[in-house]
Each structure stands twice: as C-alpha cells, then as structure tokens.
Design a protein around this ligand. Structure first.
Ligand SMILES: Cc1cc2nc3c(=O)[nH]c(=O)nc-3n(C[C@H](O)[C@H](O)[C@H](O)COP(=O)(O)OP(=O)(O)OC[C@H]3O[C@@H](n4cnc5c(N)ncnc54)[C@H](O)[C@@H]3O)c2cc1C
Length: 434
C-alpha cells in the first residue's frame, strides 16, 4: 500500500528479525549498482542498518560475504559507507563521559545565533507541515521504522535550519521511531547536518528532493512553492538569520504519532509466543531460573543484550545464552512498538531464555551461584555500558576497520588512518578481530 503512495521499495518497508533475512540482503548486494543508485530513495540500498544496529550481522561479516563474490577495496562506495558507521562508533568510543559527550555539541558552530526550540513542533510530528517531502518522510518513518539516508538528511535539515529546532530534540525524536536507531550514527549525523560536527550546515532544496525522490512517486514528494523551494543562497540566509519559518498554508491532514515505550510493551512476549510456538519457551515465567539451575558449576553464561543478537552459529558450540533487557536503561531512550518487537523476536531466536530486569541485580534476582561466570559483548549504550562492565567479562564488538586509540575528528582522517593500519581491504578481511 505504502509503496503505491511514496514509492518506497518493499524491501525497505519490513525487516524480518532473523540472521537469515540479513544474509539474504547481503547476498543481494551488487556493489556497482549500490554505488550508482544509493543516493536515490528507490536506489539499491541494502536495508541492513537494523541488523547492524542490533548485532544480528556485523559489518565485517557483511563485507566478507560481499567480497567473496565481488572483490572489494577501500575505494568501493559500500566500504566507504560502512566506514561511516565505524567512524561514528569510533567517535563514540573515544568521546568523553564514557561516550555520552556525543549527546552535546561536538565542535563547529550552529549558523543561527538565536535559541533553537527544545521540542519538535506538533505539525512536524503529525506530518502536516505542508512541505510534501517532510510530511512523506514522517509518514514513511511511522509506517516502517526506517528512512533512506537522504530522507533523514532532509528531515534533520528542515527541522534544524528551517524550523529552528535543536538538533538534540530532533535526534531524540527520530531515535524513538527508528528500528535501526543507533546513538552515534543518529546523534552525530544530526550534528553533522546542524554544523556542530562538520564545517558547514547541510541544506537541501525542492530541486534536490525531485532529483532523488522515488521515480514512481515523484509527485508525492515534490515540494514546489514551499519554504524549501529556494536557491541555496536564500536557504543559507534563512538558516543564519530567520526564526522558525513555520508550517505552510494549506497543510496536510494529520497523521497519529505512534507511541514509544520505555519498557517491553505489555503483551508483546505473549503475542510473539502465540504467533511462533517455537519461541514460547524462552518467554516462560521460569525460563531464566530453569536455565540458571541447569548450568554446570564454573560454566560461563553469555548475556545476549539488544545490541549483540548474533546468530548461534557464530558462537562457541553449546554456549548457553540468556537474553537480557536492562530495564532502567530504556527509561531515557524509549522505542517504538515495532522496534521492541524486532528486538524481542530476534533475541528469542538466539537465546535459551529471556530475562527483563535490572542487570546490576541479576545474580541476586536469579539466585545465581558465585561459580557461574557471565560473559557479554561490550556495549557503550548508557546504562548497559556500566551494568555489563560490572557483572560480566566483556569483549569488544566485531568491527570492519581498526579503532584507532587517537581520536579522529573527521571521517577522512579516520578512513586514511584505517587504510594505513590495515594495508589492503583483502588483508583486513582475513583478520579475525582486532
Ligand atoms: C539524520 C540522520 C540520522 C541517522 N540515524 C541513523 C541511525 O539511527 N542508525 C543508523 O544505522 N544510521 C543512521 N543514519 C545513517 C544512514 O542514514 C543509515 O545508516 C542508512 O540510511 C541505513 O540504510 P541502509 O542500511 O539501507 O544503508 P546503505 O546505504 O545500504 O548502507 C549500508 C550500511 O552502511 C552504513 N551507512 C550508510 N550510510 C551511512 C551514513 N550516512 N552514516 C553512517 N552509516 C552509514 C550503515 O550501517 C548501513 O546499514 C542517519 C543518518 C542521518 C542523516
């Protein structure tokens, strides 16, 4: 239905929460097509971000798989874009306050000297700004939990530079609706658009929208005679000098903003169990307790959190896994129902039991003997970061590119450094980890 209205490819409307689905997407990649078409909203982008974000697949495994069919180099656009993800992760891992420094202005300046609004205006949240490209993007976001990179840039640029909303307010709002919401990729991209993590603000106009809108739905995105239908010079002046330009006259009808949840939505585990009986046992009330009591003394239990949902095949044979949701961490960063469903389904498919609670208390909550060792993939997400480090032995998440100790401020310098350290991409792809 949506495809008929906004021309969004069907592969970017629904994301099946399995490793097999991620692998099928990787196998469909043709790096040449990707490079030629990735800027268009109906181009051959991969739709892999929800899988990378939640660790169903690593950037390294994806590059290895593509490379087996189409030998890749650092010059490939696909590797370059995966590099952007790794750059943002690098900045996060080297930023102050344990990574939380990325949530405030990094460097660079905002173009306007006035105060940016602390809230996203209702007309934007309800997709009734009257700028068709923005209202379409909001509708696609709510319906799919995903937006093409160009649509994310338009939305961010419009909010910050035309509506004078603080990038942080926009970033938090978008994060809450994305299935692939990733703090470094999202918040640093907003800062890149705003000008606080780049040398200049990112601006776009109606002509740019027409050029990259889906071919079969151009009219639905076209935004003639609106505030964005101006030259770049005029938009630059607007960004630097004017207050909120406001919504257009003759606005679109409102669309309801989906709710976001600071905890697993009530009834979700039951409905997943109902629709897939094979997953029901992991959500049973006593599943975590039973798992713990079945462990041998000195056995290591893997804590599988929402950013580390790798397939069982990638783990040591016989490894027992407990899926964990660290409730307190979700209070500040609510997720849409669709994202909770994606995560819980993916988790249920790769663990022996699921446990929801305060990770810092997991040993007492589950009456876990001192002999049981806990391991986990490290994670910088606020709350999980501290709790995992406290209760488990952590190992770094897999990466495609090295993570230099010295912080790099720009993508170019990061990417050049990776090439200096790694040699060729082929050499890099045969290394197991860093
Ligand atoms: C305002 C804004 C917010 C964003 N928020 C997020 C977010 O929350 N989570 C997220 O994963 N990405 C985010 N991005 C980056 C990018 O838009 C998405 O990674 C990309 O659109 C995901 O679609 P894809 O997997 O089909 O990408 P493809 O084009 O197929 O790219 C393959 C992979 O490369 C990486 N990649 C591609 N482009 C970028 C980019 N510009 N920056 C960083 N990594 C990139 C992603 O891991 C992506 O999955 C944001 C970008 C902007 C401008």
């Amino acid at each position: 239905m949506l495809a008929n209205i906004y021309g969004v490819p069907t592969a970017l409307q629904r994301f099946e929460p399995t490793h097999a689905a991620a692998l099928a997407r990787v196998k469909a990649i043709n790096p040449g097509n990707y490079a030629r078409t990735r800027n268009a909203l109906d181009g051959a982008v991969t739709g892999l971000s929800p899988y990378f974000t939640h660790g169903l697949l690593s950037t390294r495994a994806a590059a290895q798989e593509v490379n087996a069919k189409y030998p890749l180099s650092f010059d490939d656009k696909l590797v370059f874009e995966l590099g952007w993800r790794e750059f943002f992760q690098h900045v996060w891992s080297r930023a102050g306050l344990g990574g939380d420094a990325i949530l405030a202005n990094m460097h660079g300046t905002l173009p306007w000297a006035g105060a940016y609004a602390k809230d996203v205006p209702a007309d934007v949240r309800e997709g009734r700004t009257g700028v068709a490209a923005i209202d379409a993007a909001v509708r696609v976001l709510y319906a799919t939990g995903y937006l093409h990179n160009h649509a994310r840039m338009w939305l961010a640029s419009y909010l910050v530079h035309v509506r004078k909303v603080s990038w942080r307010a926009g970033a938090d709002w978008l994060y809450a609706h994305l299935i692939d919401g990733d703090l470094p990729s999202n918040h640093l991209s907003w800062q890149w658009v705003a000008g606080t993590f780049s040398s200049k603000p990112y601006l776009f106009n109606a002509e740019n929208v027409l050029r990259f809108a889906p071919a079969r739905a151009r009219a639905a995105w076209a935004s003639p005679n609106t505030v964005i239908d101006q030259s770049y010079e005029a938009l630059d002046t607007l960004a630097r000098t004017k207050r909120d330009a406001g919504a257009e006259r003759g606005m679109h009808e409102a669309v309801a903003e989906p709710a976001s949840y600071s905890d697993v939505p009530a009834g979700l585990a039951a409905s997943i169990s109902e629709s897939n009986k094979a997953l029901a046992h992991v959500f049973a009330d006593d599943s975590a307790i039973n798992l713990i009591s079945s462990l041998r003394p000195q056995e290591t239990l893997e804590l599988t959190h929402p950013w580390a949902l790798s397939a069982r095949g990638s783990a040591p044979a016989g490894q027992r896994r407990l899926g964990v949701i660290h409730q307190p961490a979700h209070v500040q960063w609510p997720w849409s129902a669709a994202r909770w469903e994606f995560v819980l389904q993916a988790m249920a498919g790769v663990v022996d039991a699921v446990w929801v609670g305060d990770l810092r208390q997991i040993r007492t909550s589950l009456a876990m003997g001192a002999g049981i060792r806990l391991s986990a993939q490290a994670c910088l997400f606020p709350g999980y970061r501290e709790a995992l480090a406290r209760v488990a032995t952590t190992r770094p998440a897999p990466r495609l590119l090295p993570n230099p100790v010295k912080p790099h401020r720009s993508f170019t310098s990061f990417y050049q450094q990776a090439q200096r350290e790694a040699g060729t991409l082929a050499e890099l792809l045969v290394v197991d980890t860093f």
